[in-house]
Design a protein around this ligand. Structure first.
Ligand code: HXC
Length: 270
């Protein structure tokens, strides 16, 4: 089920054809946050390739996103595991074959679960590092030729967990700290090629898979603890994504763009 529709175009400050002619390549694009990021870009004129491990879920999501805008082209590439750079290289080739180019990359595929250090196996730690950090690296590696050719932009999906110590999340915190470092270094290395690299760091975003895993129903309400007094929405992340890919952010690179209602400034939810 999509969470954005045409009203995103009519009730927003963005021009309807802002991303006309652009193609975005999105890992984890059938998941909640990355799906809505993709929807926003497609509604504003882009075409898209979304990638995931589950072929049925990925193809279904692609068809639903494509239906949001007449004339849009959105392809769903399943059986892609970001831990395997070769599967990403093939996906990038398929995207260029079908959509002609890649301008924007969203490295959003992530894995998460709650586990204390004592019960977190070495393999479990490695799994999350491999999906979140190595997978982010592999995504840029596989699309680099297109990014260079088109002076493209990269957006990593990070978190705020690693700004302080969050128990039961040390694996994700360690991975996302690495993602921030990766983005900062790429911004510096690839800047002379005209490629921008930024991170978006969502806080507690309601209605997402991550939120339901980390804050199951029936728990303590979190809204009152957030300075802006509400959970984030997927639209909040979509709006920030549009900004970071838009010409308005053409001088913004190496930025960790936190979208969390100022929660991390008060120590998150600890
Ligand atoms: C402890 C666990 C565990 C759990 C798995 N493991 N779940 N350990 N508690 N709940 C262990 C397994 O026992 C195994 O270790 C190791 O992790 C690998 O598990 P597999 O199932 O073999 O791996 P795999 O199939 O690759 O699955 C990867 C995964 C899984 C990360 C473990 O959860 C996954 O695929 N997740 C993708 C979807 C997802 O997580 N979405 C949420 C994204 S939201 P042993 O030692 O037994 O071999 C998000 C938000 C982050 O990331 C930011 C928050 C603010």
């Amino acid at each position: 089920m999509s969470t954005l529709d045409q009203s995103f175009v009519t009730n927003s400050s963005w021009k309807p054809d802002l991303f006309k002619g652009k193609v975005v390549f999105v890992t984890g694009g059938a998941g909640t946050i990355c799906r809505v990021q993709t929807e926003a870009l497609v509604l504003l004129g882009a075409n898209a390739a979304i990638l995931g491990r589950n072929p049925e879920k990925t193809v279904k999501a692609a068809k639903e996103i494509e239906a949001l805008r007449p004339g849009a082209k959105v392809i769903g590439l399943g059986n892609v595991d970001v831990r395997d750079v070769n599967s990403l290289v093939k996906a990038a080739e398929a995207t260029v074959n079908e959509l002609g180019r890649i301008d924007f990359v969203i490295a959003g595929a992530a894995g998460n679960f709650l586990s204390d250090f004592n019960h977190l196996s070495s393999n479990a730690f490695k799994s999350v590092i491999s999906i979140d950090l190595l997978g982010s690296y592999n995504t840029v590696k596989a699309t680099f030729d297109q990014l260079r050719k088109n002076k493209g932009a990269i957006l990593f999906v990070s978190a705020t967990l690693h700004y302080y110590g969050v128990p039961f999340q040390l694996h994700v915190g360690a991975a996302k700290a690495g993602v921030d470092a990766l983005s900062n270094a790429l911004a510096v290395e690839l800047g002379p090629l005209g490629i921008r690299s930024n991170c978006i760091a969502p806080g507690m975003i309601g209605g997402t898979e991550g939120f339901s895993r980390l804050a199951p129903p029936g728990g303590v309400p979190l809204e009152n603890k957030i300075p802006l007094q509400r959970l984030g929405s997927t639209r909040d992340i979509a709006e920030a994504t549009v900004y970071l890919f838009s010409p308005a952010a053409s001088y913004v690179s190496g930025e960790i763009h936190v979208v969390d209602g100022a929660a991390w400034h008060i120590g998150g939810f600890m």
